[in-house]
Design a protein around this ligand. Structure first.
Ligand SMILES: C[S@@+](CC[C@H](N)C(=O)[O-])C[C@H]1O[C@@H](n2cnc3c(N)ncnc32)[C@H](O)[C@@H]1O
Length: 238
């Protein structure tokens, strides 16, 4: 992967960045996403934010080598602190981090958001608490995608501020739009996770030390939800 050829995961993230956007890519690492989008003429400008010095220098190098310093600002900053009001950011991407980390970055940096930005989030796990934060903070999920690359499943969640929306516990767990779409990747992911939940429950039974009841109940509830989800998807189409 480089600024010319993105991974399939980042390519799918890129597809959700609106044409002409002023993008803040937070946790940009090498800066491949904003540089690729700028080279393709998709975005108008970008901020690449990094909290760690090694990726900050890597992003600075990618931007410099592509002659994009006038259009992409690379900033060493924690989360959304990389964004300045004058940037007039219209899209924020947070990719390749745990869902809880993305949630915490959004929560700590709320003051840096105008509410008009499209959020393009690609969590590695922890999707449920991230969706919970989006709902609690007045965001509607406008698009969701699930893809498989190198044996891993990746989710992309696109959200925009909208009138209050309420998601059920199951929608927060599976993703409201993915539950509707029931793509083959989605069903395969949850079949795999159901097998894992059953293994976990079996290991709890064999555990020498008692597993806290709330933990057992949480996994049992999830297994029930997944079983119900997969059962519905087996019904013949009307
Ligand atoms: C695994 S990399 C993902 C890079 C790229 N976004 C991608 O999806 O390929 C995660 C990056 O997020 C950065 N990061 C983690 N916490 C951050 C924070 N609070 N603010 C800015 N960057 C952060 C890390 O330094 C790391 O470079």
């Amino acid at each position: 992967m480089n600024e010319h050829t993105l991974s399939m995961r980042l390519e799918r993230v890129a597809a959700h960045v609106p044409a002409g956007a002023r993008l803040a890519d937070i946790g940009s690492d090498h800066g491949y996403l904003p540089v690729a989008l700028m080279r393709r003429g998709v975005i108008a400008s970008a901020v690449a934010g990094e909290v760690a010095t090694t990726p900050f220098h890597a992003a600075s190098r990618t931007v410099r080598e592509n002659g994009l310093e006038p259009h992409i600002s690379v900033r060493l900053a924690d989360g959304l602190a990389a964004i300045e009001a004058a940037d007039a950011i219209t899209a924020v991407s947070l990719c390749g981090m745990g869902g809880e980390t993305i949630r915490d970055i959004l929560d700590r940096g709320k003051a840096c958001l105008s509410g008009r930005e499209r959020l393009i989030l690609q969590p590695n796990g922890g999707e449920q608490p991230l969706r919970q934060w989006l709902m609690d903070n007045g965001y509607r999920i406008v698009c969701e995608e699930l893809l498989r690359e190198n044996r891993f499943y990746y989710e992309i969640i696109v959200a925009e501020r909208a009138e209050a929306v309420t998601y059920s516990a199951e929608q927060l767990y599976f993703g409201p739009l993915q539950m509707q779409a029931r793509s083959p990747e989605f069903l395969a992911k949850w079949q795999r996770l159901l097998r894992q939940k059953h293994k976990t429950l079996a290991s709890f039974e064999l555990a020498r030390q008692a597993v806290p009841q709330d933990k057992v109940q949480e996994i049992a509830q999830q297994a029930k939800w997944i079983t119900a989800l997969l059962a519905v998807s087996k019904l013949p189409q009307a």
